[in-house]
Design a protein around this ligand. Structure first.
Ligand code: AKG
Length: 560
């Protein structure tokens, strides 16, 4: 249950005080839930560390009902016998209705009025009915009305709407809050990624790609024409009428920009197009792959390679919720306009609030990125295994190593290019991934999921004979080397202060590659009294199984 301390009253009072300040900001019409967020002027609200983009939410969280002097919740009286259903279920049922039925039902009671005007219902109707061929007009409902009834003056819709003050619903309130909450400054504070400027390819490989660690590279886009050219006006001029993939639909770029300017949604639409360079060749020639990522073995597949590059455009608040990149590839993501907040967890740490299915084919996570920040971000503060975080700005590139979970939210209207690639460092991982028994559900970006492994392997053999065998041999040698090199040897070498289980306890570098401590490794107090050297000898013996089983159990658990 959510309780919001007099949000309605406080916001209303503040609206009067802040109107002037807001008037000077870039005008942004309120697009979402116009009936819930009545004011046509965006009002910034600062309350208990939260900044809100919009004005009043007339729906109140359920907690407020229990503190209210009035015993009346119009949500229940207006729903009649349907009141026993959850809001989610009622909305699910309303989701099967068409626009006319929703419109009629909304006149039945205050409750149906609020529910039938829930913006996501109208968003679905627009996207299902019109695909990407709509011109966004203030809200999804008015967009629908203006598309189907062009003579109706939708500008009057806001002023006709009702202010329902005694409707209490956590579901609707949370949805409004997530659409209207600004990122809190404390969510942006942590910046613990390694940054590098002007490093050599060898340094990149040795320090980041080989150990599979993220890095933010500065200054390597300086020669990109896109950086200077890709202003909105330029993009509209060269491809304003080209249709790009936007979620489930294809939209003209200029229509998408029109939508972005007004969007205030929990999950704004996001332009993410893998065929942009084929559609608009000049976009493809305005950038070049940074030198660190030049080796891309999927090139051997020619036109049969899976999708690998995308232009990404979205308004502030849009982004990508937690996922691991496809086909076990690594990626780079270059920001051309705007900025992006990144949160990354290494492959062996599932982020809080995220629940992958056992086969990894599906991931359940919070409805929106803001919801993740509201409900789960704080948990990471006390985790030993803290995420890597940063804000990546225009002109910067982030390297996302294979297998890392990541979430991204645009802090401003943003334009970026991302590419996924396979280098020698990652080839065996990718081949293993493509060869999994459930490849038909796991592999993505191509039609021929099942045969991709064999095609890729053959193409590599043809272009680089012996390459795979050599990599397999090197990997086996490395494993053998790691076994020989006992934990203690590495430990004494690396000025560390481990507390056994947590990666955070590595000095200075929470995700140092190579050796990981098994979670059942216990460094007993008795060990600490020993010198590192004698302890090392002791453990080497234990590791070679030369100690009796019981002692092995205590000291010999080196899962590296
Ligand atoms: O929204 C973004 O820029 C991030 C994209 C991303 O995570 C990906 O392509 O895997």
């Amino acid at each position: 249950m959510i309780w919001w301390n007099n949000l309605l009253l406080k916001t209303s009072k503040r609206n009067r005080r802040k109107r002037n300040k807001i008037a000077s900001r870039k005008p942004k019409s309120v697009s979402r839930n116009q009936e819930l967020t009545q004011s046509p002027v965006a009002i910034e609200e600062e309350e208990e560390g939260f900044s809100l983009k919009a004005s009043t939410c007339w729906v109140q969280p359920l907690g407020n009902f229990y503190f209210s002097s009035s015993p009346h919740n119009s949500r229940n009286s207006g729903l009649g016998s349907l009141q026993i259903l959850t809001d989610e279920l009622v909305l699910e049922i309303l989701g099967v209705l068409g626009a006319t039925d929703l419109g009629i039902l909304s006149t039945v009671s205050k409750s149906f009025y609020v529910l039938c005007n829930h913006e996501p219902l109208w968003r679905n109707l627009v996207l299902e009915g019109l695909g990407g061929g709509f011109s966004f007009d203030w809200s999804w409902k008015s967009t629908h009305v203006s598309a189907y009834m062009p003579n109706f003056d939708v500008s009057s819709m806001g002023s006709l709407s009702l202010k329902v003050r005694d409707f209490y619903s956590d579901y609707l309130f949370q949805s409004w809050l997530c659409a209207n909450l600004e990122m809190k400054p404390e969510w942006l504070e942590r910046d613990n990624i390694q940054r590098r400027t002007g490093i050599s390819v060898n340094e990149f490989v040795a320090n980041f790609e080989e150990p599979n660690k993220p890095v933010l590279l500065e200054g390597c886009l300086d020669n990109w024409a896109a950086l200077g050219k890709w202003e909105r006006d330029y993009l509209v001029e060269v491809c304003g009428d080209v249709r790009f993939s936007v979620g489930p639909v294809e939209m003209k770029l200029e229509d998408f920009f029109r939508y972005s300017d007004q969007a205030r949604e929990e999950r704004p639409l996001y332009l993410f197009d893998p065929k942009f360079a084929e559609k608009v060749p000049i976009l493809g020639s305005d950038y070049e792959v940074p030198v660190y990522f030049n080796e891309d073995l999927f090139c051997c597949l020619g036109n049969e390679r899976p999708d690998y590059r995308w232009i990404i455009i979205g308004p502030a608040g849009s982004g990508s919720s937690f996922h691991i990149d496809p086909n076990s590839t690594s990626a780079w993501n270059a920001v051309i306009k705007g900025s992006k907040k990144w949160v990354l967890f290494p492959p062996d740490v599932v982020p809080p609030g995220v629940h992958p299915s056992p086969d990894g084919a599906e991931v359940a996570c919070p409805v929106s990125i803001i919801e993740w920040f509201m409900n789960f971000y704080d948990a990471t503060k006390t985790w030993k295994k803290k995420p890597i975080e940063c804000v990546c700005k225009a002109g910067e590139v982030i390297f996302v190593p294979n297998g890392w979970w990541h979430l991204v939210i645009n802090l401003e209207d943003s334009v970026a290019i991302t590419q996924n690639f396979v280098s020698r460092r990652n080839l065996l991982n990718v081949l293993d991934f493509l060869n999994k028994p459930n490849a038909s559900t796991l592999v993505s970006g191509t039609r021929d999921r099942v045969n991709l492994h064999d095609k890729f392997k053959n193409a590599i053999e043809a272009s680089f004979p012996g390459c795979i065998d050599q990599l397999v041999m090197q990997s086996e040698e490395k494993k053998a080397e790691q076994k020989k090199l006992s934990f203690w040897e590495s430990a004494t070498d690396s000025k560390l202060s481990y507390k056994a289980e947590g990666m955070e306890d590595h000095v200075g570098d929470p995700y140092a590659g190579g050796m990981r401590l098994g979670s059942n490794l216990k460094i007993q107090p008795v060990c600490r009294k020993e010198s590192w050297k004698s302890l090392k000898r002791f453990c080497d013996v234990a590791y070679r199984n030369e100690l009796p089983g019981s002692m092995n159990k205590t000291y010999g658990v080196l899962r590296v």
